[in-house]
Design a protein around this ligand. Structure first.
Ligand SMILES: [Zn+2]
Length: 145
């Protein structure tokens, strides 16, 4: 039997129920208050969570819904359509071994005063790593100034 989602208005909660397909549109008694709860269409879900705020799950597991996804915390700051658990920041990319030794080589050149950027300005050893990360061009050579 397929799993359907139902919304109980008095409890302001959502619960799931296994039901035969032909009965899926009929109301189901809420497991908490036993009042009839009507089925939520998957297509109306996003709009529904927006309009009603943050309905809870029955039985209440302390989770909230945000943009149709289950999260454990309400958004307390930031933009309303973003959530730290939904919009995860990308983890910083690990540097490859080759890149690390390349940066070390460039830092050694920079210490000798023999590393420049694309326009020939001297690059300090402390600037090498961040410039390499930004994809800036670093060249061996005598600075123009
Ligand atoms: Zn209820």
């Amino acid at each position: 039997m397929p799993l359907y989602e139902y919304f109980c208005e008095p409890c302001n909660g959502i619960f799931e129920e296994l039901r035969p397909m032909r009965e899926s549109s009929e109301p189901v008694p809420c497991p908490e208050c036993f009042k009839d709860a009507s089925r939520i269409m998957p297509t109306s879900f996003a709009a529904f969570t927006f309009r009603e705020g943050y309905p809870r799950r029955i039985p209440d597991d302390g989770k909230y819904y945000h943009l149709g996804q289950k999260v454990s915390k309400l958004v307390s700051s930031g933009r309303p359509n973003e959530h730290p658990e939904v919009n995860k920041p990308e983890p910083p990319r690990k540097k490859l071994k080759g890149e690390i030794s390349e940066i070390r080589d460039m830092q050694a050149e920079a210490r000798k005063g023999a590393l420049t950027d694309l326009s020939g300005n001297r690059v300090k050893p402390s600037e090498v790593a961040s410039m390499a990360e930004q994809g800036r061009v670093l060249k061996k050579g005598t600075p123009r100034t």
